[in-house]
Design a protein around this ligand. Structure first.
Ligand code: IVH
Length: 707
């Protein structure tokens, strides 16, 4: 029965006296009656699907409560159902620590892996009888809900597992999340932290997308993206208009009650009014787990929500504590994933793309097909060997999947007996960009014309300006392609000679964008040496090695002049890497291009971290750190001294050059800025781990350091 069916049968709600004329006491008493009543109907409708009153009666009750609260603002409480319509927009989402770490799950794809998991548990737990809980692995967004004295106090996204984004206002708008826990079946705890999955039912998702298409907005790719987007809105009124739901599956922290098993905890969650996953069962053998997995997989397409596997958890909580967790996942649970979804489509064409290092990659252009909610229209075939192994040809039917449910992959060719096969695709005899004859390097086919090949030049320039390197705003792939094709840039040094008036006439440019690009390039004349080294694309040199090279050699010419032995003094640089670095830097074309780029030392001002005697492993040497907020175990002054003692530079404001932001309580705007710039944020706990890891500072600080 829906609320509409109830329309006629429903009692009428008396309007009552005008709330503006009722006394505060009268209004308070009425509101106190209305709230649980409205929440009860809300639950009957959304959670239990057995409404007792019609929509119009519900609306009347709701409006009455709104009117009472409007007339007497002091009556409004955070658990009032009126809070579900959304609050004023926020400027940014605050970062909030979790009550307990929100770990990930280890995963298995094969029954044999589950078998090993079971064996490990049995071995560790001795004779104990083992009972597992099996449940669907919901494919949404993980969320923590915290209830204090039964009232929803905060909701936090998973984030990095230690802290996430505070999305309380948004979560208040989700009808299946109780704002106040029920206490008719069992008393509510003083503190409760629950983990669950925010998600959208597929039918709701379809309706939402239909609405978006009608309004001219782009539809969402899949329910998971739509869910995270809705959850992270700054304006909770928007969230309120999205059909979200939350299924709770784990008691993370509870005070005042002790559960012996997971099942007891989940039963309590249900009694408190939270919704929990369906089809949860028990099992005590791997065979049963495999059967459950198979049955759920078979039903996957008929469910109204997305799942990507089943979760197997040890039911008893005491042995869980015994088994413990790694920093990533608990040892008492495993996600038994499904095979990725596969679809069949045809290869329209195979083409070859040329990357920064000259590697020729065959790519299949596919007739667009939807795979698990995402449209796939191309898939890499990696290299010559892979192409031969898969033996797929133009025009042929293939099965595609998304690896890790993300990157499109061709799984296999589908035989069509009656169809004559086209010729095998052969790697080209000439580089499609510059016409040079490619050479074979293991499974790869490489264009050796590194300095004359336009595609490689484009790749190099794009890489130089990319985020991890010089981070030049506005110098994306398309712009680079345009600059090279127009002949304005023939090597890296040319970037620094670009003039606004040359850019303005180009397609897609106007005065402002031209000025911005020239300005953005100009700004990078002052650059961190490590970023510059990354930008050169030296083989084998990633961010960490680039930093170590910068801190150790302190200048580009010193890096260029370094002998193999000198390079190998750096931690993590072995013979192979030093040879690769030297080989690259000594290539005549590289030398020449670098000479031009450096312009006799006049072009760049390299920023090198303060002198550090010792580069502490995994540590602070040369890192720029900013401190913000209140820390529990040290004052900022103390911490600054310690970090500087370890070779870090502690500065006052966050910029792109900041390596870490250490954020304590009430961090303020620096945290937002760090997030925006992608600067790594450490909380106090992570800071301690790092300090302890350095072996220089034990937990806490010597009292002599205190200020
Ligand atoms: S239990 C520490 N149960 O899957 C164990 N997780 O990496 C707590 N997930 O993002 C997780 N359905 O949010 C558990 N029934 C379920 C789940 C589930 C989905 C998510 C979880 C996490 C991911 C595992």
């Amino acid at each position: 029965m829906t609320r509409h069916d109830l329309e006629r049968a429903s009692p009428q709600v008396s309007g009552g006296v005008d709330p503006r004329e009722s006394s505060l006491e009268e209004a308070a008493a009425e509101a106190a009656e209305l709230r649980p009543e409205i929440e009860r109907h809300n639950r009957l409708y959304h959670v239990e699907s057995r409404p007792e009153i019609s929509d119009s009666v519900y609306d009347a009750l709701f409006r009455r409560l709104q009117a009472l609260e409007a007339a007497h603002p002091s009556l409004a409480t955070p658990d009032s159902p009126t809070q579900r319509v959304g609050a004023d927009p926020l400027e940014s989402l605050p970062s909030v620590a979790h009550a307990a770490p929100m770990l990930s799950l280890d995963s298995a794809r094969e029954p044999a892996e589950v078998q090993r998991f079971d064996e490990r548990l049995r071995k560790a737990l001795g004779d104990e009888e083992i009972r597992y809980i099996l449940e669907p692995k919901l494919d949404g967004a993980s969320l923590e809900l915290v209830y204090v004295e039964g009232v929803l106090e905060r909701a936090v996204t998973r984030g990095n597992g230690r802290e996430g984004e505070g999305v309380t206002e948004n979560v208040r708008t989700i009808p299946t999340v109780p704002l106040r826990l029920r206490e008719d079946e069992r008393p509510v705890p003083a503190f409760l932290s629950v983990r669950g999955e925010a998600m959208m039912y597929l039918s709701d998702f379809e309706t939402l997308n239909q609405r978006r298409i009608e309004a001219g907005d782009p539809p969402y790719q899949n329910p998971r993206n739509a869910t995270s987007g809705a959850l992270r809105q700054l304006n909770s009124r928007i969230t309120a208009s999205r059909p979200l739901t939350v299924l709770a599956y784990d008691v993370m922290v509870v005070e005042g009650v002790t559960f012996e098993t997971d099942s007891e905890g989940v039963a309590a969650l249900r009694a408190w009014g939270l919704q929990t996953p369906e089809r949860v069962t028990e099992a005590d053998s791997v065979d049963e787990i495999v059967a459950y997995h198979r049955a759920f997989d078979a039903d996957r397409d008929s469910l109204d929500y997305e799942i990507d596997g089943v979760v197997v958890k040890l039911d008893a909580l005491a042995p869980r504590a015994l088994l413990g967790s790694t920093s990533h996942h608990p040892r008492w649970a495993i996600a038994f994933k499904f095979e990725p979804r596969k679809e069949v489509t045809r290869i329209d064409r195979i083409f070859v793309s040329v990357g920064r290092t000259g590697v020729l990659t065959p790519v299949a252009l596919l007739r667009p097909v939807e795979v698990g909610g995402v449209t796939v229209s191309r898939a890499t075939l990696h290299n010559r060997e892979e192409l031969e192994r898969k033996d797929v040809r133009e025009g042929e039917l293939v099965r595609v999947q998304r690896a890790g449910d993300v990157i499109p992959q061709i799984v296999e060719r589908i035989d069509e007996e009656e169809r004559e096969r086209s010729d095998p695709f052969a790697m080209p005899a000439a580089c499609p960009s510059c016409g040079t004859e490619p050479v074979e390097k293991g499974p790869f086919t490489v264009c050796p014309n590194h300095f004359g090949c336009r595609a490689q030049l484009k790749g190099r320039i794009t890489h130089f300006g990319a985020r991890g390197a010089l981070d030049i705003e506005g110098l994306g792939e398309e712009t680079v392609s345009l600059l090279v094709d127009e002949g304005l840039v023939t090597e890296l040094a040319d970037l620094f000679d670009l003039k606004e008036e040359e850019l303005v006439p180009l397609e897609g440019f106007a005065e402002v964008s031209a000025r911005n690009l020239v300005g953005a390039i100009e700004e990078r004349r002052r650059v961190e040496l490590a970023r510059f080294l990354v930008g050169l694309g030296i083989p084998e040199v990633g961010v960490a090695v680039a930093r170590d090279l910068a801190v150790h050699f302190r200048g580009i010419e010193a890096v260029r002049a370094a002998s193999a032995e000198a390079l190998e003094e750096i931690h993590g640089v072995g013979e192979k890497m030093s040879a690769a670095i030297k080989g690259f830097l000594e290539t005549p074309d590289v030398r020449e291009a670098l000479d031009r780029l450096l312009d006799g030392g006049r072009r760049f001002q390299f920023v090198v971290p303060e002198a550090t005697e010792v580069v502490v492993e995994g540590g602070w040497g040369g890192r720029t750190v900013v401190l913000t907020g209140t820390l529990e175990s040290f004052s900022r002054g103390e911490l600054k001294k310690v970090l500087e003692g370890l070779g870090a530079r502690v500065t006052g404001s966050v910029s792109r050059r900041t390596d870490f932001l250490v954020a304590g309580e009430k961090p303020g705007s620096k945290l937002d800025k760090a997030r925006r710039l992608g600067v790594e944020v450490l909380d106090e706990e992570q800071l301690r781990e790092r300090l302890e890891g350095d072996g220089r500072v034990a937990a806490g600080l010597p009292p002599s350091e205190a200020q």
